[in-house]
Write a new protein. Structure first.
Length: 150
């Protein structure tokens, strides 16, 4: 397959549709935690706000300044993260990382929609951008655990 064909496959209609319709793009007014992450290679950034009740994400807001792949990942995360615990966020992040780097299994539900990003495995320079939302959400949940709020 030529490089151009590979890129066409990578930027599928589904990925572009997800990137165009990112849920929860409003920042929270009084979050329990806020984390901003940046992918150094491409400069993509994601800022997430979380509100946690009873150890589960009760509200989530995000500001996404990323490539289409990072936007697609943020779209899936934003649509799936409400009600998740710290452990579920970590499991999703770890599974996404393994899927991209080691051809591991698809992240567990409710994050199984991240399967659409499997074609990005070959593009290591895109991995950090794809992982931004879950990395930031995991870090936010960790910061709350350290302060005994989550």
């Amino acid at each position: 397959m030529s490089g151009e064909s590979d890129l066409i496959k990578l930027y599928s209609n589904r990925i572009l549709a997800l990137a165009a319709d990112i849920p929860r793009q409003d920042r929270l007014e009084a979050p329990d935690a806020t984390v901003k992450r940046r992918a150094p290679l491409c400069g993509s950034t994601v800022t997430v706000d979380v509100k946690v009740e009873d150890g589960k994400i009760a509200d989530y807001g995000q500001e996404v300044r990323a490539c289409a792949l990072g936007q697609a990942a943020a779209s899936i995360v934003g649509g799936a993260i409400i009600g998740c615990t710290r452990d579920e966020v970590h499991a999703a992040r770890d599974a996404l990382k393994a899927m991209l780097k080691e051809d591991g299994p698809t992240p567990p539900a409710p994050f199984d929609g991240l399967e659409v990003l499997r074609p990005a495995q070959e593009y290591k320079n895109r991995h950090a951008s794809i992982l931004l939302s879950l990395d930031a959400a995991a870090e936010a949940m960790d910061s709350l655990r350290q302060s005994d709020c989550a």
